[in-house]
Design a protein around this ligand. Sequence first.
Ligand code: CAA
Ligand code: NAD
Length: 288
Amino acid sequence: MSSEKIQRVGVIGAGQMGAGIAEVCARAHVDVLVFEPTRELAAAGRARILRSLDRGVSSGKITEREREQAAWRLRFTSDLGDFADRQLVVEAVVESEEVKTRIFAELDKVVTDPDAVLASNTSSIPIMKVAVSTANPERVVGMHFFNPVPVLPLVELVTTLKTSEAVSQRAEQFASEVLGKQVVRSADRSGFVVNALLVPYLLSAIRMVESGFATKEDVDKAMVLGCAHPMGPLALTDLVGLDTVKSIADSMYEEFKEPLYSAPPLLMRMVEAGLLGKKTGAGFYQYE
Ligand code: CAA
Ligand code: NAD
């Protein structure tokens, strides 16, 4: 394994997850380069990270000086060619196999370090499907972070039949020693550990609301008060994003053909209507 410490990280995408991953890396004193295809998306991504850093300051998690220093460590680009010197790249774009494979094929050509780690933050797509789009699948691994990234301490590490042990160790060491996350390992199966358990629960809650079994408010209240969950399943679906939950369900259904993974019609209609949850201002609930 390369003994060189990872100091230059790339993050592809600055949506909810990419922004969170970039933020925790910058807070951990790492140089971070973030890709968004346009200036507008880059500006929105930077604003998202700065808002979260502000929240970290107001809640006493970080000092003003730490916020300033983290902000200095973040740069944005619209050119994947700028990722040539990165030692770890985490891809966090939309949950689409087609988009992810295109990005990995390009990244693999650009990143020069043979020991670099090319990681996907996919929620459900088997990592091998992404790895085979590269000429060096031994560099490809799953590093699955949780939302919100600055708050939740888990990373699922997913290795494929082709990932080298050196790459998986390098990724694990970075997540645990540099970012301070707890790591669990999962086999390369759609949904990995957490979403294979969580997503059927979210889909069941949507089916309950769809069939009139209970209101969304009562389903959420029941799970918060009855099971001490921090939020109910409909609020959590809104937080994750309905488009993402649907894509995860589709990918797990494609892999296992289990009815419990199939997306309920209500979820499909809401995604078609653009009711994607918190990120678009409306989902099961309304947001400002
Ligand atoms: N930076 C630093 N700290 C932050 C922060 C940030 N950006 N945002 C929130 N926090 C901290 C707050 O300071 C607070 O800390 P203290 O308790 O020490 O004061 C804590 O996080 C909780 O924040 P809030 O009090 O503002 O809000 P809350 O109590 O309503 O919690 C929540 C919000 C953290 C989202 C909580 O409701 C929660 O954990 N919900 C469940 C989230 C979950 O299950 N996520 C997993 C989704 S599945 C997934 O991610 C995988 C996938 O592939 C889909
Ligand atoms: P998001 O909708 O907030 O952001 C999507 C990102 O993808 C943006 O940066 C956007 O610019 C980019 N994008 C969209 N269409 C694109 C295209 N055609 N080509 C290139 N880039 C494109 O999504 P998110 O919640 O940040 O999810 C990103 C990834 O992280 C997904 O793979 C998702 O499954 C995974 N993930 C999500 C969560 C969650 O709770 N939302 C948790 C863990 C992992």
